[in-house]
Design a protein around this ligand. Structure first.
Ligand code: RB5
Length: 143
């Protein structure tokens, strides 16, 4: 799968760890945003890049990381067609796919550690949209 992953400076280290993790699993990664954890970088810009990749089809899914995951998820969700879900655990990630057809996973690097973030990512990428009554609701978001 092609996955766009972006972060600000606060999310840089977690992004680097997840990028390696995803590549080892055979995914192709589009790496967006801050180039270090020391230079301030706007989560707004990083979110926009991931959202653009996903909404234009350059990537099938996105992962967006900032300190809390809040700012970058808000940024991603400004773009039409994007359903970005901030997830703190595997259950939220699974349900974000099953019920909300989320296409971007947001996480907070100051909230979750690397190992939990990997597990949340696995849950997000392996779950599929249930459709049915959930499709009507998801469609209604943009009507
Ligand atoms: C950066 O310090 C921090 O504000 C940002 O990463 C994020 O948590 C905002 O929502």
């Amino acid at each position: 799968m092609i996955i766009s992953i972006g972060s600000d400076h606060a999310g840089y280290m977690l992004r680097a760890a997840l990028r390696d993790y995803l590549q080892k699993k055979g995914h192709q990664v589009l790496d967006r945003g801050a180039s270090s954890s020391s230079e301030p970088y706007s989560y707004v810009q990083a979110g926009r890049m991931v959202a653009k990749d996903v909404s234009e089809g350059a990537a099938e899914k996105g992962i967006a990381i900032c300190g809390t995951g809040i700012g970058i998820s808000i940024s991603c969700n400004k773009r039409l067609g994007i359903r970005c879900a901030l997830c703190l655990n595997e259950f939220m990630a699974k349900m974000a796919r099953r019920h909300n057809d989320a296409n971007i996973l947001a996480m907070g690097a100051r909230v979750v550690g690397v190992s939990l973030a990997e597990s949340i990512t696995d849950s997000f990428l392996s779950a599929t949209f249930d459709g049915g009554r959930h499709k009507e609701r998801v469609d209604d978001i943009e009507s």
